[in-house]
Design a protein around this ligand. Structure first.
Ligand code: FAD
Length: 435
């Protein structure tokens, strides 16, 4: 069991009680509107300490959520989150914010369902509006084998208590009138997996909410602080080297997604992970007309409408491993063609912008979570194109894993040792373009 060396229980890193996260009530909004005073900063800059009880590398949703739950659930507050650029600058600020739990394996469904449940209460927990809209999620089937996989997923989902059903073209048309459900298309729609609890969220609000919550509990968030080395002596972690100096620590968590192999290599830990770019795009905003997330694995495309009215388009990862986050014309052309095959009336809409992020892909499309052969070096990686939805459950589980020095049951299937042991958790049928 890891204990905090940072002051009395219930106090933050500066010796003050954690603020109670009530700053954003209707009353304070009204009061500050009248007196015109500034809002307090949501998180603070700190001097880098020479030692911490735990160091988390990566200021995305996974790193910040782990820090938050370490402090909140386990009283471990002398924690640093090190981020080489700005928080949310990686995949957590670049994703298309689709949340769902209709996976294929029982291990995956249980895990992602816990995350959806945490997301349902996250706004209240963090006192920060994360704008979770459970508008339903549709995965289209254009051939018999997809339809078979969807029936399979429905059964696994139902066994785990997750709401999913296979629906036919008439019901699909009712849910999304703009979809071309006729038989004359290149890939006619035969049915869909409908998952009512799925939906979208505001990704930057989730990142900022966790950062604010972790900061209020005494965690130090250090932006513009790059980890350049990890010190390992006699098989155990002793510290990290950063662009701002060395930090001594017995515990390091690698939560760097697209950069995770570079960080694990610093500790001498090899992982079966490859990094690929993933691109997305948004259109100009229009009035709300699409209140369901629509995914087509066959056409490698998905569409949702954001709360600002933009249509958000995404696809599969680029075909080549790379650390480049430049968009490509190929992507724009491909996505436009495929979206129009699904929804021809969108032909007049204009794309506003496109972007890319990095995805750390594993062979079985499931994450790698838990301890490694280097004592004190933990990983929470392999999030591929689907890790944003896992932020809360991964944070909760990794915090428990670090505090108790063993993985909790909910992540026991996702250990690094599964690749050597041949115990893969195959999620490709539910995690590829569906995110
Ligand atoms: C276009 C796109 C769409 C996506 N859509 C979805 C979706 O709809 N639903 C879903 O669930 N997931 C989606 N994802 C995947 C999701 O974004 C990621 O899996 C998730 O954000 C990973 O979060 P993280 O906190 O692990 O990593 P990140 O948010 O990537 O954070 C890692 C951080 O580590 C930092 N870092 C790296 N190296 C160092 C270093 N040496 N020192 C210090 N810091 C370092 C980086 O700067 C980065 O901020 C999408 C991804 C992309 C790119």
């Amino acid at each position: 069991m890891v204990t905090s060396t940072n002051g009395a229980h219930g106090q933050n890193g500066n010796g003050h009680r954690p603020s109670r996260l009530r700053d954003y009530s209707a009353w304070t909004l009204f009061r500050r509107g009248l007196d015109g005073s500034d809002w307090p900063r949501a998180w603070h800059d700190h001097d880098l300490r020479s030692s911490y009880d735990a160091v988390i590398i990566g200021g995305g949703v996974h790193g910040l959520a782990t820090a938050y739950y370490l402090a909140k659930n386990h009283g471990i507050r002398n924690v640093a989150v090190l981020e080489k650029s700005y928080i949310g600058g990686g995949g957590s600020g670049r994703n298309t914010a689709i949340l769902r739990s209709n996976y294929l394996t029982p291990e995956g469904v249980r895990f992602y369902d816990r995350s959806v449940k945490l997301y349902e209460h996250l706004a209240a927990d963090l006192n920060f509006n994360v704008m979770f809209s459970q508008r339903g999620h549709l995965t289209l089937a254009h051939n018999d084998s997809s339809l078979r996989t969807m029936h399979w997923r429905t059964e696994v989902n139902k066994l785990q208590g997750v709401d999913s059903e296979v629906i036919g073209p008439d019901k699909i048309k009712e849910l999304v009138p703009y979809l071309d459900t006729s038989e004359r298309t290149r890939y006619p729609i035969l049915g869909a997996l409908y998952h009512p609890p799925g939906g979208i969220i505001r990704h930057d609000a989730v990142v900022w909410g966790y950062a604010r919550g972790a900061d209020a509990h005494g965690v130090h968030i250090h932006q513009k602080t790059e980890v350049t080395g990890i010190d390992v002596e006699h098989g155990r972690v002793t510290g990290v080297q950063t662009t701002r100096g060395r930090i001594a620590t017995p515990i390091v968590l690698n939560a760097t997604a697209g950069w995770s192999t570079l960080i694990s290599n610093m500790a001498g830990v090899k992982m079966p992970v490859q990094t690929f770019p993933l691109q997305a795009a948004v259109t100009e905003p229009v009035k709300p007309f699409l209140d369901t997330v629509v995914v087509s694995g066959t056409l490698h495309v998905y569409v949702s409408q954001s709360d600002r009215g933009e249509l958000v388009f995404g696809a599969s990862v680029d075909p080549f491993a790379s650390y480049s986050i430049r968009g490509s014309l190929e992507f724009t052309e491909g996505i436009a063609g495929h979206v129009l095959e699904l929804m021809p009336p969108l032909s007049k809409m204009r794309l506003l912008r496109q972007w890319a992020g990095l995805c750390d892909m594993t062979p079985d499309y499931s994450p790698i979570m838990g301890p490694t052969d280097v004592e004190g070096f933990y990983v929470d990686v392999g999030w591929g194109t689907y890790g944003f939805k896992a932020g809360p459950v991964a944070g909760e589980a990794m915090a428990a894993c670090i505090a108790d020095r063993r993985p909790p049951e909910i992540i026991s299937a996702f250990g690094l040792d599964r690749f050597l042991a041949g115990r893969l958790v195959g999620e490709k049928g539910a995690a590829a373009v569906g995110h």
